[in-house]
Design a protein. Structure first.
Length: 66
């Protein structure tokens, strides 16, 4: 059965490195077989010290099978 997992991180070099590490950890720990990955850039409102602000986010949609 094919399933979906979504990863989300900041649209920065550090954010992409974070996603890379998280996805590699997940693949190794769960032993999944990835069928496809789709990426989408978007903006997300986050609450900070100065109120709400928009920041770029990277969303990775992974289709996988265990």
């Amino acid at each position: 059965m094919i399933k979906v997992k979504i990863f989300m991180g900041a649209g920065t070099a550090e954010g992409m490195k974070f996603l890379e590490d998280k996805i590699n950890e997940w693949v190794e720990s769960e032993g999944v077989k990835i069928h496809s990955v789709t990426s989408v850039m978007g903006k997300r409102k986050t609450e900070g010290l100065g109120g709400f602000e928009e920041r770029e986010e990277l969303f990775l949609i992974v289709l996988y099978e265990k």
